[in-house]
Design a protein. Structure first.
Length: 359
């Protein structure tokens, strides 16, 4: 299957590695900065691969190379534009988080992809973490019983050097803040585990230390789910001196699970009223990762390839991406209005946060 990568920044090496691991034919890479393309190819031992073409214009790349699958890892503000162009050309797409900056763009991606018969996957790769999959299996087997509450804590560090590497970071037009960029993976997991359907959310966001940015560096929220359970969210880039944890809790009448590590990759607590032999293997489970992005990209790519071949929905489809985006945008809207936000959220964008006070 012919594959191309659009955007060769910080996360792109995970995409190239996943493409290599899945035996995709990498026909091209694209970035407005040629040195970024060379860096990501070199990291994966592909710098001398003459068959991989380099482009600074993704439209030209798509038209000339005609890839069957493209992953989009540009700055967030371009995700929707690039995705819609690829979809119009009949190309399947994997979109890095967030899938768009507005609900209207997310809805347009869904609409156009369904009209064209194109597969779209939102790149929430942490759903494929071993620990997360074990939690999901227990949930689907109703081992937790009635859910009481759950929470996600993303306690990371991002310093000024991180933001100056790419001036689009932390802007409302191209990125959003800690919740949209760093914490949306955990927010996706919490919503997915808690039943997806939400009644309302109340949130508060602040900009405590990163005053050179437009968006927040700390956000907290309380989520009321339609099944009666309550969720809490804490996401920040203010932890000194380095990344501390990304931790997901789920509490039910018959079970408690805590998934920890720096990227929800370990099982810290695994307790159920009726234990099985497999529970012993889950207690203390650790999945080694080389960075906070985890190992899920390879599995996500594999699933999308299979979805294309067998004409089915990807495991993490565009609707999943929209739900994660909706929850972040609802927290932003709650900060702006000072009131809880009812679901469904019809229209909102990060651009609606411009000039909103976060101090």
């Amino acid at each position: 299957m012919k594959y191309a990568l659009i955007g060769c920044g910080r996360i792109s090496t995970n995409h190239i590695k996943a493409a290599v691991n899945n035996d995709l034919e990498i026909v091209a890479v694209c970035d407005v900065l040629p040195e970024h393309m060379e860096t990501v190819l070199a990291k994966n031992g592909l710098e001398s691969a003459s068959s991989i073409k380099r482009y600074t214009d993704y439209r030209r790349m798509v038209v000339e190379c005609k890839p069957e699958l493209v992953s989009i890892a540009t700055e967030s503000g371009l995700h929707a534009e690039v995705a819609l162009f690829c979809i119009e050309q009949g190309i399947h797409v994997i979109i890095e988080k967030p899938m768009a900056m507005s609900l209207s763009d997310a809805d347009e991606i869904i609409k156009r992809s369904e009209e064209k018969g194109v597969k779209v996957s939102a790149c929430h790769q942490n759903r494929f973490n071993v620990a997360v999959q074990q939690m999901r299996e227990a949930l689907e087997q109703n081992r937790f019983g009635k859910l009481s509450h759950g929470s996600i804590h993303v306690r990371w560090n991002r310093n000024e050097d991180y933001y100056t590497q790419a001036p689009w970071r932390g802007t409302w037009a191209q990125d959003g803040g800690a919740l949209m960029n760093q914490c949306i993976h955990g927010i996706d997991l919490l919503r997915w585990m808690m039943g997806d359907e939400i009644e309302e959310v109340y949130g508060q966001t602040r900009q405590q230390f990163h005053h050179y940015l437009e968006a927040e560096d700390i956000g907290m929220a309380v989520v009321k789910f339609k099944n009666g359970a309550i969720g809490t969210i804490e996401g920040t880039t203010n932890v000194y001196p380095k990344n501390l944890e990304e931790t997901l809790y789920l509490f039910g009448e018959k079970g408690t699970v805590k998934i920890g590590g720096t990227s929800t990759n370990n099982i810290d607590v695994w307790d159920f009223s009726e234990e099985t032999e497999s529970d012993l293997k889950n207690k203390g489970l650790e999945e080694a990762t080389s960075n906070v992005y985890g190992n899920g990209h390879t599995s996500l790519f594999s699933d999308v390839i299979d979805a294309i071949k067998n004409d089915r929905k990807p495991y993490v489809d565009a609707y999943a991406g929209r739900r994660a985006l909706e929850l972040v945008l609802a927290i932003y809207k709650s900060q702006k209005t000072g009131t809880p936000v009812r679901f469904p959220l019809k229209k909102f964008s990060t651009s609606d946060m411009v000039n909103c006070s976060l101090r």
